[in-house]
Design a protein around this ligand. Structure first.
Ligand SMILES: [Mg+2]
Length: 188
């Protein structure tokens, strides 16, 4: 039976976006992220990270660097009682990528490729899933993939999202009510 998921963007949702973060010492968790992840895990959601990582394509750091940081991050979540099921990343950039990384790719948000791949690999129920992102491109990817509840964690509402149905929060714990207590979720 397909399972619900909480999709988390990484930079700007899990950790402060200091710009192309690729080292543990620069990875600062954002307040409330473990509360959201723990509640999600407790309610039976899969926890899936979907992150654009054009810093790889730009040559700022390697896929190995990314995986090393991800392994550490996943360890911290597991210790916090909220194990991450899978991390998806898109290393591409359409203009600034180097070599094979220079391309328009379906995996790069605002395209929904990472969510679509996760749904296939993890057997996810997207209309009853939740996405939390900090940019318009996160919301656009979630809407394109038919994720039921898309939540923007930001101080301002981007004009690109005019006419798009999404929710807006300014602190991560404001996402907790959207997880529900196992009840069917209302569509935005
Ligand atoms: Mg982000």
């Amino acid at each position: 039976m397909p399972q619900r998921a909480v999709f988390l963007d990484r930079d700007g949702v899990i950790n402060f976006n200091h710009g192309y973060v690729h080292k543990i010492e620069n990875f600062d968790f954002i307040d409330g992220v473990f509360d959201v992840a723990r509640q999600a895990y407790g309610l039976g959601y899969k926890i899936v990270v979907i992150t654009n990582q054009a810093g790889i394509g730009r040559g700022y750091y390697s896929e190995e660097d990314f995986h090393r940081l991800s392994d550490w991050m996943c360890g911290v979540f597991a210790e916090a009682g909220a194990p991450i099921d899978r991390v998806y990343f898109s290393p591409f950039h359409p203009t600034a990528g180097i070599g094979r990384y220079k391309k328009e790719d379906f995996s790069r948000k605002p395209q929904p490729g990472m969510i679509v791949q996760a749904a296939q690999e993890l057997d996810l129920d997207l209309p009853n899933s939740i996405l939390i992102g900090d940019k318009a491109s996160d919301i656009q990817a979630g809407v394109a993939a038919d994720v039921g509840v898309n939540i923007l964690f930001a101080q301002e509402r981007p004009p690109e999202l005019d006419g798009v149905a999404y929710h807006s929060i300014t602190a991560l714990r404001e996402a907790l009510p959207f997880l529900g207590g196992g009840q069917p979720l209302l569509r935005a």
